[in-house]
Design a protein around this ligand. Structure first.
Ligand code: ADP
Ligand code: MG
Length: 342
């Protein structure tokens, strides 16, 4: 009893401590994996970056800048993607949702909807190429949203995001304490992503990825792992759900993240702060330390009592008291983990 309880209680303590600090851990094995993690794969938009884009430049053909922004904001009005939310903020006016219908989100490409009776596409160059809409690639740093009405290219909007404030500190800890390999996987283009990867000194960065491409890269990293290593994926979007499900530990941004990502993840950060990952790892390591301590203590006492009873120093009653003592110590240790604050 003491042995079994000492393990389960310590993990429950760890899960409770994490929950109190805004980190939902869906099972005890995730804490174990998190403590051993050494490969960290991050999505870019909304995970490494704020996901709050500022409009840098708008170029509209045959209409005003405001009209183009208005059309894009309406078409994006049903989407939860950080780009959509930012465009709605920039538009500043109320959107009339009755003018929009049959909206469809295409992860990794953009969105489409019928606006005032016409099919409108808002998304990246890949979306335009896919729809056979002729447009020249815009060479500007940042993320470029191309807007097409029907089959005609109507203009583009250049938006720019900023890196989350504490990202570098988080990476410093991961490199130093977890000996981590840091990877960025993004659906964004090279111009929007490579500056971010450079600034954060990522070990690897892959751009222009569809959800299935992200999964392929994760599989590659998993295939070169040995049995003591664990891979963590961190993401926020619908397009990240497959990699969050596939990773040893999937971590979702709970505040701005898409429901699919939250559902697929093993760990959910209730605030979208990256340093929470460090907190989760610290809690996991502390929990594992207590588990080891509980197990060692339980085995030691059991061994001792066994030997002493064989040579006649312990009666059955005393052995039961020793067992209860072990359980009690395990309980105290686990209560201590539950109170552990990073
Ligand atoms: P990341 O993998 O970095 O989180 P996403 O896969 O969410 O990025 O998005 C990849 C690209 O797809 C974006 O940079 C954008 O060009 C396009 N895109 C995705 N969703 C939308 C949207 N709602 N509106 C416009 N473009 C979008
Ligand atoms: Mg994202």
């Amino acid at each position: 009893c003491g042995l079994i309880l000492s393990i389960s209680l310590a993990f429950l303590g760890g899960i409770a401590s994490a929950a109190r600090q805004g980190i939902v851990v869906k099972g005890r094995n995730h804490l174990e994996d998190l403590a051993k993690a050494d490969t960290f794969i991050f999505d870019k938009t909304g995970t490494l970056t704020e996901g709050v884009f500022r409009v840098k430049d708008v170029r509209a053909f045959h209409m005003t800048r405001e009209e183009l922004l208005g059309i894009a904001a309406h078409v994006e009005s049903y989407s939860n993607h950080p780009i959509a939310q930012s465009l709605l903020l920039e538009y500043r006016r109320q959107v009339d949702k009755r003018r929009v219908c049959r909206m469809r989100e295409m992860p990794g490409y953009g969105v489409t909807a019928i606006f005032d009776g016409e099919r409108v596409f808002v998304g990246n160059k890949k979306l335009m190429d896919w729809q056979g809409i002729l447009c020249t690639e815009v060479e500007q740093s940042g993320t470029v949203l191309y807007v097409a009405i029907g089959e005609h290219y109507a203009g583009y909007i250049v938006i720019e995001d900023s890196i989350k404030e504490d990202t570098k500190d988080t990476f410093g800890y991961l490199r130093e304490k977890c000996n981590a390999v840091l990877v960025m996987l993004t659906g964004d283009t090279e111009s929007g992503s490579i500056p971010v990867a450079r600034e954060l000194e990522m070990d690897y960065a892959y751009v222009n990825l569809m959800p299935e491409d992200k999964l392929e890269h994760v599989e590659d990293f998993l295939s070169i792992q040995d049995s003591s290593e664990r891979l963590v994926c961190v993401g926020d979007g619908i397009n990240d759900a497959p990699i969050l499900a596939r990773a040893d530990v999937g971590i979702a941004m709970g505040a701005m993240g898409a429901e699919a990502a939250i559902e697929a993840a093993d760990v959910i950060l209730l605030e979208d702060d990256l340093p929470r990952i460090v907190d989760a790892i610290k809690i996991a390591k502390e929990t594992l330390k207590i588990v080891e301590r509980n197990v060692t203590f339980a085995l030691f006492i059991k061994g001792l009592v066994l030997v002493l009873s064989v040579i006649g120093f312990f009666s059955m009653g005393e052995a039961i008291v020793a067992e209860v003592g072990v359980m009690f110590m395990a309980l105290l240790n686990s209560a201590w983990v539950a109170k552990y604050t990073v």
